[in-house]
Design a protein around this ligand. Structure first.
Ligand code: HEM
Length: 634
C-alpha cells in the first residue's frame, strides 16, 4: 500500500493485497505520547540497520527498504465500529468552531469529577483480581498504538495528512474521514504478541543474521529463547528476598551500563542503562505490566523446552521456534477469550458474538482497529487501576516498605530509573521488587486490597497527576496539566477523534440508553452539569457508568461488553494464524502444552505456573530438568 493510497477514504480498487501485510512487524521503542516511527523516504536518512536507536526491531530494516521503494506502509489502519454513526452530526458532541471551547470546558469538568478521593475505600474494590488490570494493559499494547499522541507517520509529500495532536492550538476536532485516512496504528491489530516477539529471531545461517535489533530480545546461547534480566539473589539490608529467592531470572532484559557506554550515535537516539530490550517499551511503563511480560517471556521459553521434549518431529531451531510461538499464541488467545473476556464482560454477550455469523466491524481495509475500542471501550481498564498494591513480601501492609504505591510501580521501571533504595539509577530491578503473583491472581481472595478497583467512573488519584507524562517544558502549563490528567486526556482524545456518543452507540446496538438519572446516580453535581452542557455522554464515560450500573463495577455492561467482544472476535477471525482457525476451528488447550501430570492450561494461573513464575498448588515452582521453568539458557 503506498502512502498515496492511505489518503483515500474509500477502498482503492482493485483492493490491495493486505494479506501480504507481514504479521509481527513492529515499529520502534515507544511510550505513551511518543510518536510512532517517523520513517524517512530520504535514502540518505538514518538507516535503521546502523542506527543505534533503541530497539528498532529487525522489521525496521524491511520497513526502511519498503518505504524507500514506496511500496509498504508499516503501520495499519483505524476505522469506526459503527459506520452508520460516523457521518451523523447528531451522533457526536458539537464540534463547530463556536462549540469547541464550551465542549472542552465541559469535558474537563467531567474529567475532574472522575478522580476518586485519596485513601482506601474498600467499597470501591471489585471482585476481580488485580492482575486483570495489567493483563488488559498488556493486551492493549499488543494490538493498538497511536490514538494517544502526535501521529508523525503521515507523509504530506504524498497527500497524507499530518493530524497534529490534542495539544495543538487552536484545538480542532478531526473529521471522521480524515481520522480514517490519516491516523495510523503502530501495531498489527492481531493477538500475535508482537510486543513480545518483535519480528522474531534471525537465526545463524538465515539472511540478516546479526544485523537486526529484534535479536536483542533473544537469548545468546539458545537464540530461540527470549532473554531475561537477572535480579540479585542476595537480600537488600532491611528487605526480604522475594520467593523463589534463588531464581534470578525475574526482570526484563535491559541495557547494562557497560553496553550503553560502547554505543555511538545521537544522544536522543541512544538507549539509556536500564532501558528494556523488548519490542514495545510501554511494557516497561510500570512494574506490574513489566512483570507480566516477564511471565510471558518465561512461558515462551518453557514452551520451547516442552516442544523439544514432546514433539521431536520439529527438527532444528527454526522449526522448534515457529511451533513454540504458535502454541504460545494459541494459548494466549484462548485465554484472552475464555479467561480475560469471560471475567470482564456481561454474561452471554461474548457467546452471542462468538457463535454468531455476523460481526459489526467490516472495514474496507480488513487489517484495522476500531476507534471506539481503542479510544473509549478498552480504556475501561484505567478505572481498575489501584492507587496502592499488596505487591510482595516487602511491599505490603506491615512489610518493610509498606504497600506499593502506584507512583513507586512507575519508578521501578527503566523510564523511572529502577531506583535502588539508595536512590541510584540502576540497570536492573532491585531484589526486593519482583512480584509475588499469588497476591494478584486469586479469584475469591478475601483481601479486597488485592482486587482491581471497580469499573466505574472513578480513577485513582495518581492518574490525575501522571508522573512520566506532560513533562515537556515547551508546552503551556494548561496543556501539560491536561496531559498529566488521564481522565481529562481520554475525554479530550475521544472528542478529538470524533467518537460517537454513548447514547447513540447504545441505540445502534439496539440497547436502551442509560437515562440521565442513571448517568448521574451517585455522582457529584459537576457530572450532571457537564453532561447537560455536552447534551450527550462521551462514550468512555458511558461505558464506565454502565459497568457500575449493570455489573456493580465487576464487569462491563451491555455496550462495553459488545465493543470488546466484537473487536476481539473480529481480530481473531481476521488473523488466519489465530486459534479460531487452528485444528479446523476446534483448537482448545487440549491440543496445547500440558503439565507433567497431563493437566491442561485453562486459566492465566495455569499459564503462569507453567512459566515458573507462580507456585504450583504444592507451593513449589515448576522445574524443567532441574532448572526453574522458563529460564533463557544463558
Ligand atoms: C497504570 C496504568 C495505566 C496508565 C498510567 C495508562 C496511561 C495511558 C495513557 C497516558 C494513554 C494515552 C492517553 C491519550 O493521550 O489518549 C493510554 C492509552 C491507552 N490505554 Fe492506558 N494506562 C494504564 C492502564 C491501562 C489499562 C489497564 C488498559 C486496559 C485494560 C489501558 C488501555 C489503554 C488503551 C486501549 C489506550 C489507547 C492506546 C492506543 O491506541 O494508543 N490502559 N493509557
Amino acid at each position: 500500500m503506498t502512502a498515496q493510497e492511505t489518503t483515500e477514504n474509500a477502498a482503492p480498487s482493485p483492493a490491495p493485497d493486505l494479506s501480504a501485510t507481514p504479521v509481527g512487524r513492529t515499529v520502534r521503542s515507544v511510550a505513551h505520547g511518543r510518536a510512532v516511527v517517523p520513517v524517512t523516504r530520504d535514502p540518505d536518512g538514518v538507516d535503521p540497520r546502523v542506527s543505534a536507536a533503541p530497539l528498532l526491531p529487525g522489521t525496521a530494516r524491511a520497513v526502511y527498504d519498503d518505504v524507500c521503494a514506496g511500496t509498504f506502509d508499516a503501520t495499519t489502519r483505524f476505522d469506526y465500529l459503527f459506520p452508520g454513526l460516523r457521518d451523523d452530526p447528531a451522533a457526536h458532541l458539537p464540534s463547530g468552531e463556536a462549540d469547541v471551547p464550551r465542549v472542552l470546558a465541559a469535558l474537563n469538568k467531567l474529567g475532574e469529577a472522575m478522580v476518586e478521593p485519596a485513601g482506601p475505600d474498600p467499597a470501591r474494590d471489585s471482585t476481580v483480581p488485580a492482575v486483570y488490570t495489567y493483563w488488559g494493559q498488556f493486551i492493549d499494547h499488543d494490538i493498538t498504538l497511536n490514538t494517544n499522541g502526535r501521529d508523525t507517520t503521515g507523509d504530506p509529500a504524498s497527500g497524507d495528512l499530518v493530524l497534529g495532536d490534542i495539544v495543538d492550538e487552536p484545538f480542532r476536532v478531526v473529521p471522521p474521514d480524515t481520522v480514517v485516512a490519516s491516523l495510523h496504528n503502530g501495531r498489527h491489530p492481531a493477538l500475535n504478541l508482537d510486543s513480545v516477539y518483535g519480528s522474531g529471531p534471525v537465526l545463524p545461517g538465515e539472511p540478516g543474521h546479526g544485523t537486526t535489533r529484534s535479536e536483542a530480545s533473544y537469548a545468546t546461547s539458545d537464540p530461540i529463547k527470549l532473554a531475561l534480566g537477572r535480579v540479585a539473589t542476595t537480600p537488600i539490608p532491611g528487605f526480604a528476598l522475594v520467593e523463589p529467592g534463588a531464581d534470578p531470572q525475574r526482570d526484563l532484559p535491559r541495557f547494562s551500563a557497560a553496553q550503553v557506554a560502547g554505543l555511538v550515535g545521537a544522544p536522543e537516539e541512544l538507549p539509556k542503562a536500564g532501558d528494556p530490550k523488548i519490542p514495545d517499551a510501554r511494557n516497561d511503563e510500570n512494574l506490574v505490566v513489566g512483570q507480566f511480560q516477564v511471565g510471558m517471556i518465561r512461558f515462551h521459553n518453557a514452551v520451547v523446552d516442552w516442544v523439544r521434549h514432546h514433539e521431536p518431529e520439529h527438527v532444528g531451531d527454526r522449526a522448534v521456534f515457529d511451533r513454540a510461538r504458535q502454541l504460545v499464541r494459541h494459548h494466549y488467545q484462548w485465554l484472552v477469550v475464555n479467561d480475560y473476556l469471560r471475567t470482564l464482560t456481561a454474561p452471554g454477550v461474548l457467546d452471542q458474538v462468538l457463535l454468531g455469523d455476523r460481526l459489526l466491524f467490516a472495514p474496507p481495509f480488513p487489517i484495522a482497529m476500531p476507534l471506539e475500542f481503542a479510544t473509549a471501550g478498552f480504556r475501561f481498564g484505567h478505572s481498575m487501576v489501584r492507587g496502592a498494591y499488596d505487591f510482595n513480601v516487602n511491599f505490603t501492609g506491615g512489610g518493610a516498605g509498606g504497600v506499593a504505591t502506584l507512583v513507586q510501580l512507575f519508578q521501578f521501571t527503566g523510564g523511572g530509573g529502577l531506583g535502588a533504595p539508595d536512590g541510584a539509577r540502576g540497570d536492573v530491578l532491585p531484589s526486593n521488587w519482583p512480584i509475588e503473583w499469588p497476591r494478584f491472581v486469586r479469584k475469591g481472595d478475601l483481601l479486597t486490597v488485592r482486587a482491581a478497583r471497580k469499573i466505574d467512573p472513578f480513577l485513582a488519584a495518581s492518574l490525575a497527576d501522571l508522573r512520566n507524562e506532560g513533562n515537556d517544558p515547551g508546552l503551556a502549563d494548561g496543556v501539560r496539566a491536561m496531559l498529566k490528567h488521564l481522565a481529562r486526556r481520554n475525554l479530550v482524545r475521544g472528542y478529538w477523534l470524533s467518537l460517537p456518543t454513548g447514547e447513540k452507540v447504545a441505540e445502534a446496538l439496539g440497547v436502551a440508553p442509560l437515562t440521565t438519572a442513571q448517568l448521574t446516580a451517585n455522582a457529584a453535581p459537576e457530572v450532571g452539569e457537564a453532561l447537560a452542557e455536552l447534551g450527550a455522554t462521551p462514550l468512555w464515560y458511558y461505558v464506565l457508568k454502565e459497568a457500575e450500573a449493570q455489573g456493580n463495577g465487576n464487569f462491563l455492561g451491555e455496550v462495553g461488553s459488545r465493543i470488546l467482544a466484537e473487536t476481539f472476535v473480529y481480530l481473531l477471525r481476521q488473523d488466519e494464524g489465530s486459534y479460531l482457525h487452528a485444528e479446523g476451528g476446534a483448537w482448545s488447550p487440549a491440543a496445547g502444552v500440558r503439565f507433567d501430570d497431563g493437566r491442561m492450561l485453562t486459566t492465566l494461573v495455569d499459564l503462569q505456573r507453567f512459566a515458573g513464575v507462580l507456585p504450583l498448588p504444592d507451593g513449589s515452582f515448576r522445574q524443567v530438568e532441574g532448572e526453574p521453568a522458563g529460564h533463557d539458557g544463558d
